[in-house]
Design a protein around this ligand. Structure first.
Ligand code: MN
Ligand code: MN
Length: 315
């Protein structure tokens, strides 16, 4: 089988039940290259909650996504077979049990070489995804876009939430920090330790301030150099983008890139061997015009396009 989106030149984009990019809603591991999976969990948030409604909002607006990526000269629907796998059966309020559910959902897919393209949920969910990825591939190279490091040791004295996820990932040996990079950190911080903490764990860091100095092309080069040929995982916190372009998120920070610049960076990551992706922290209650969820859908489309470019190169 080749599973692809409904043809919007035949059935209008406002019609039919909403799935991501109008893909068939199927829990199958047969005949697919990628699976879009929602993780509607927001127990890990430290400020505004409500990212549990992110997957639903992204699906709703994603019917506008068309299958051809012009800069990549790639038709995603033709090059790849994919499904909307539905949501992880999360347990609201129970983060460690939910991590097990995320891992259990992703593992059979990743074991078959199917790439999960996940949508959060708050950023805590990435730990469950990385546990599945590391079981199959060993420690992966992490490419992390965010205005926050998410590597503090504990929030409110607790180990598991959206501000600690990449420290836990390093402690559990899920990421190879010598090939990992964090990009875009900006705003205000608790202390210099926020950055030093990440660097002590082994991550390369390009802060949002540095990115403005070195420019997008140099940023792209440094990401490719850092990941090299390692199996990699891309985690994109929507608050990487300036709140003018992505207001619908839980912990906004001023002074980020535009949506065009963010899309360009993701689109450029064709040299990295990604085995998983996520897009997290979309909070629809603060996104009345749907611009944040639409940008999220477009970033996910760029993730899938990277897989399409890789599939085409190996044909
Ligand atoms: Mn984050
Ligand atoms: Mn963030």
């Amino acid at each position: 089988m080749h599973y692809k989106p409904i043809d919007s030149t035949v059935v209008p984009r406002f019609a039919e039940v909403k799935t991501f990019m109008r893909l068939p809603n199927l829990k199958t591991t047969e005949g697919i290259d990628y699976a879009v999976i929602g993780i509607p969990f927001d127990t890990g948030t430290s400020y505004r909650s409500g990212a549990r409604f992110g997957p639903s909002a992204i699906r709703e607006i994603s019917s506008l996504i068309k299958p051809y990526n012009m800069p990549q000269r790639a038709n995603v629907a033709e090059l790849l077979s994919g499904v909307d796998y539905g949501d992880v059966p999360v347990i609201p309020g129970y983060i460690e049990e939910t991590y097990d559910k995320i891992e259990e959902t992703l593992l059979p897919l990743m074991q078959k070489g199917i790439t999960p393209v996940c949508m959060g949920g708050d950023h805590s969910v990435t730990l469950g995804e990385l546990r599945a990825a590391a079981k199959v591939h060993g420690p992966v190279a992490l490419v992390h876009f965010d205005s926050h490091f998410d590597t503090i040791d504990a929030y409110f004295g607790k180990k598991y939430n959206h501000g600690t996820v990449f420290r836990r990932a390093q402690e559990e040996n899920l990421v190879d920090t010598s090939h990992s990079i964090q990009i875009g950190m900006r705003g205000t911080f608790y202390s210099e330790e926020d950055r030093l903490g990440s660097e002590k764990l082994g991550f390369e860091v390009i802060t949002g301030f540095e990115m403005l100095d070195i420019g997008i092309n140099e940023t792209i080069k440094r990401i490719a150099k850092r990941t090299g040929a390692k199996k990699a995982f891309c985690s994109f916190d929507i608050d990487f983008v300036d709140p003018a372009f992505a207001p619908g998120t839980g912990t906004i920070e001023a002074g980020g890139l535009s949506s065009a610049e963010a899309l360009r960076i993701v689109r450029s990551l064709t040299g990295t061997d990604f085995v998983g992706f996520d897009l997290v922290e979309v909070l629809p209650a603060y996104d009345p015009s749907q611009i944040t969820s639409f940008l999220a859908a477009n970033i996910m489309f760029e993730f899938i396009s990277l897989l399409a470019v890789k599939a085409r190169a190996s044909k």
